[in-house]
Write a protein that binds this ligand. Structure first.
Ligand SMILES: Cc1cc2nc3c(=O)[nH]c(=O)nc-3n(C[C@H](O)[C@H](O)[C@H](O)COP(=O)(O)OP(=O)(O)OC[C@H]3O[C@@H](n4cnc5c(N)ncnc54)[C@H](O)[C@@H]3O)c2cc1C
Length: 461
């Protein structure tokens, strides 16, 4: 079967488009960080080639795992020996930029940072942003419905995509490259594929919605003495900063204390407070924006909502404040453990954290440590939990504690990273049986042979 399959693929792909056997295995071990044992790697350049590959795989019943930038956090790119990898790395063209309509049409393999830079060169902005911007692709962002730092103002990826082209499991191309903001002509099909993690179709092209570039940024790091001040601080920013609030990130002391220690950089605020919020606004009137931001900070200080503040005076100071928030790698090196991405109502966070902290410290009294940070403005927390053992059964015990306490509070086991392989056994903690059953019916109807990213999202359909 393999020889026939490879012969069929050779008919539709150029030499660089198909890697087989040792060539594929070597490349995958070097490029995929242990994510792939696949001996067949395809690198299509066009939608037609993606369609041809899927048509052939559908005929042979060959499973296909799509690879974008491979920065996903839930093992969505894991490809076994019997699976074929479809990499979007050569689908890397920006096809059109419409300055008047503020849209950009791109192939799926274009890096997020390239989109941001191309927009910026034209006085426009693509507001989605995340730490992996240099490697993560637009196709991957769409497949995971990525969130990031500016969701509070611009929404998740699904709010930034106007049109989509997708290739279905049997090779059918559904080109829905809408460029309009309003289009209620029937079902909005693109939303079905956004966030589907490569299980319903392969994204080949997208029309992205751009915004006017904003010329002024105000960024401050503030220290906060009590959790209940955080929602008040957030509500005040939303109400009084004229819709300019673009980020409201919070770090618990457990995160800030270590993440703020960066070689060659002074710690901006003493690590003695329980919470730190990174607050950012973006606007277009530098003087007015700075004055109102300053006024907001002074007010919050007077009202004792904050204890201390550092206001960035330049882009490099701004970058330094963000670097603390983005210093996840240092945290993971210091505290090797599990990274969780969860969401729940802000007012339930303290009791939730108290419960899991109690259960984890009871389970691993000697070794348990944890750090908390996240996009609080979106109800999204990241937890780094270490219990000094990375055995799979231990991991499952920790997951059970973290996720079951969420279920009771109507939270989500995945705020923005998706489900992949990592969270599939816990999907029912955040979704009802009816919801999961409908998801499986959709999967069965779009991919009846189950060849698209099998085993991801659900163990079986
Ligand atoms: C340092 C760092 C910071 C991060 N910060 C954030 C953050 O703030 N917010 C956030 O949401 N995520 C974050 N992430 C996670 C990750 O960057 C996002 O999930 C991103 O959207 C993945 O893009 P990718 O191209 O790397 O996708 P990949 O990892 O290659 O793929 C992810 C999933 O999408 C599928 N897929 C990829 N391309 C396609 C396609 N064209 N069509 C169909 N399916 C496809 C894959 O099969 C896989 O299931 C971060 C990751 C890192 C390493």
């Amino acid at each position: 079967m393999s020889e026939e399959l490879i012969a069929a693929l050779q008919q539709v792909l150029d030499k660089g488009g198909l890697l087989v056997g040792d060539e594929a295995l070597e490349r995958e071990s070097a490029w995929s960080f242990g994510l792939s044992q696949s001996a067949i790697v395809t690198r299509p350049k066009t939608t037609q080639q993606v369609s041809d590959i899927l048509r052939i795989c559908h005929r042979f019943g060959k499973a296909v795992v799509t690879h974008g930038g491979k920065t996903g956090m839930v093992q969505g790119c894991l490809a076994g020996e019997t699976e074929l990898v479809l990499s979007t790395e050569r689908l890397n063209q920006i096809e059109a930029i419409d300055k008047t309509g503020r849209t950009m049409t791109v192939q799926a393999g274009v890096a997020l940072q390239t989109v941001q830079e191309q927009a910026e060169e034209r006085g426009l902005m693509f507001p989605m942003d995340l730490g992996a911007r240099g490697s993560a692709t637009i196709g991957g962002n769409i497949a995971t419905n990525a969130g990031g730092n500016r969701v509070i103002r611009y929404g998740m990826t699904r709010d930034l995509v106007l049109g989509l082209e997708v290739v279905l499991a049997d090779g059918t191309v559904v080109s829905s490259l809408n460029r309009m903001i309003k289009n209620n002509a029937g079902y909005d099909l693109k939303q079905l594929f956004i966030g589907s993690e490569g299980t319903l179709g392969i994204v080949t092209r997208a029309v992205l919605r751009l915004r006017p570039a904003l010329s002024s940024d105000c960024t401050a790091l503030v220290a906060v003495s009590a959790f209940e001040h955080l929602p008040k601080l957030l509500a005040k920013a939303e109400a009084e900063l004229g819709g300019r609030l673009s980020a409201f990130e919070v770090m618990w002391n457990s995160y800030y204390e270590k993440a703020s220690q960066r070689e060659g950089h002074a710690v901006p605020l003493a690590a003695t407070y329980p919470y730190y919020a990174l607050i950012e606004t973006q606007g277009s009137d530098a003087q007015y924006d700075a004055q109102s931001f300053q006024h907001y900070l002074e007010d919050t200080l007077t009202q004792a909502l904050i204890e201390d503040a550092v206001l960035a005076q330049s882009q490099s100071e701004r970058d330094n404040l963000w670097a603390i928030r983005d210093n996840v790698e240092t945290m993971l090196a210091y505290m090797p453990g599990y990274l969780f991405d969860i969401s729940l109502a802000i007012d339930l966070m303290p009791e939730y954290l108290e419960q899991i902290e109690g259960e984890l410290s009871e389970g691993w009294p000697e070794t348990f440590r944890y750090a908390v940070f996240g996009h609080l403005g979106d109800g999204n927390l990241h937890l780094i939990i270490t219990v000094a053992s990375d055995d799979l059964p231990v991991r499952h015990q920790v997951e059970e504690i973290v996720y079951s306490a969420l279920q009771a509070r109507g939270g989500s086991i995945s705020a923005e990273h998706g489900i992949g392989l990592e969270k599939r056994d816990y999907l029912h903690y955040s979704r009802s049986n009816e919801e999961i059953s409908l998801m499986k019916r959709l999967k069965q109807s779009l991919d009846p042979k189950g060849i698209l990213n099998p085993g991801k999202l659900f163990r079986s359909i």
